[in-house]
Design a protein around this ligand. Structure first.
Ligand code: SAH
Ligand code: SF4
Length: 369
């Protein structure tokens, strides 16, 4: 009796339902095989979901009747599986037409941001990995909001489908790159993020190869070491913002848990195991970390590492008083790095008029959440 009751509870418990977008191709194959269908059907369904980008695929002519029947019986309201299809709450294009920002509402009402940026005909999507963030960086709108919850793999995958669809509707070829630089700390949601990336990089579907995907982390040391050990082939970007323990800790409180010395050790281990160049992010804040002396300290910190620095002028946020480094200071900073032989790129502040800084659109639209 006890067992029957618990089975009934599982069948009706909405939290036991899974998104079809949470499944890797291998998992989808196993689901279909368990239902008595040939594994090859999974590939046809995969193509409809990730190449045709269809949501109403149960009736797709590309799928054979037994597969359509399985979908009708297993996917939809009250069934085992559902398909994430977040509602677009806001869709903003920047004045220069290069940035488009979506505020997406998830099934439980939470909202996240997805940004698509275009430059010279190449498009990059920037997706969220959590609702909010637990790391509390003082200058970041997402950090100021606190942590709400992790995203499921399907909720990350759904953002890429959304970006891909928007590009196709605009007559573009599609995404070229993906960065995990939206809301949240990807390495704090390691399993879900790695599952999502396996799905997104699958060449039979969305086909964004690992070398076109970048994971940005505030410096979650165990996550960096895991990427190294498991030889996961994505690009790694580490957000530094300060080159001494004291300076970094004022901007990035989590550095008290994983100090700079430990973080740099992890980066060296990562490089030793993967031989991959590491990107370092540096948000330039006037009077805080934008002087030639700061550039010198950063260059010293990175000595001997195959590093590339991305310089990002601060996007002002409501909960932080700082302002962006003036253009002249930013240029001088970059020159300092160059003199020390450290390559760097100055990120353009594109999309500021659509609040394209991390977490800013949600903060503006939903100040009380
Ligand atoms: N949590 C990860 C990824 C998301 S944040 C991380 O911190 O790396 C992506 C990048 O945006 C980080 O480098 C972060 O420091 C930067 N960022 C956040 N808020 C910003 C702001 N207001 N202005 C400029 N850069 C910002
Ligand atoms: Fe989180 Fe990254 Fe924002 Fe820091 S910068 S609070 S780690 S999202």
């Amino acid at each position: 009796m006890g067992q029957i009751v618990s089975e009934m509870m599982v069948a009706t418990d909405p939290s036991a339902r899974r998104s079809l977008l949470d499944l890797t191709l291998g998992e989808l194959e196993r689901e279909l095989v368990a239902a008595g269908l040939p594994a090859i059907h999974a590939r046809a369904l995969w193509r409809v979901i990730y190449r045709d980008l269809k949501d109403d695929f149960a009736e797709s002519a590309a799928l054979v009747p037994p597969l359509q029947r399985w979908l009708a019986a297993n996917v939809g309201t009250g069934r085992r599986f559902f398909v994430d299809s977040p509602t677009t709450r806001t869709d903003l294009a920047s004045r220069d037409g290069m940035t488009r920002k979506f505020l997406l509402q998830l099934a439980d009402g939470q909202t996240i941001e997805t940004v698509v940026m275009g430059f010279a005909g190449r498009h990059t999507a920037c997706v969220s990995t959590q609702v909010g963030c637990a790391m509390g960086c003082s200058f970041c709108a997402t950090g100021q909001m606190g942590f709400r919850r992790h995203l499921q793999p399907g909720e990350i995958v759904a953002q890429v489908r959304q970006a891909q669809r928007a590009l196709r509707a605009g007559g573009h070829w599609g995404l070229r790159n993906l960065v995990l630089m939206g809301m949240g700390e990807p390495l704090h949601n390691f399993e879900a993020v790695m599952t999502a990336l396996e799905i997104i990089s699958d060449s039979r579907g969305l086909n964004l190869g690992p070398s076109r995907i970048s994971i940005s982390t505030v410096g979650v040391v165990p996550g960096i070491l895991r990427l190294a050990t498991e030889q996961l082939p994505y690009n790694l970007a580490v957000s530094l913002h300060g080159a001494t323990e004291e300076e970094r800790a004022t901007l990035v409180p989590i550095s008290r848990r994983w100090p700079l010395a430990e973080l740099m050790e992890a980066c060296r281990t990562y490089f030793g195991r993967t031989q991959r160049r590491i990107f370092f992010e540096w948000t330039l804040i006037a009077g805080t970390n934008d002087s030639p002396a700061h550039a010198e300290r950063l260059a010293r910190l990175l000595a001997g590492i195959d590093a590339h620095v991305n310089l990002i002028p601060l996007n002002p946020t409501g909960g932080f008083e700082g302002i962006a480094a003036p253009a002249a200071a930013a240029k001088k900073f970059q020159k300092g790095l160059q003199a020390a032989g450290i390559p760097s790129t100055m990120r353009q502040r594109r999309g500021i008029d659509v609040a394209a800084g991390c977490g800013q659109l949600r903060a503006e639209k939903m100040p009380h959440f």
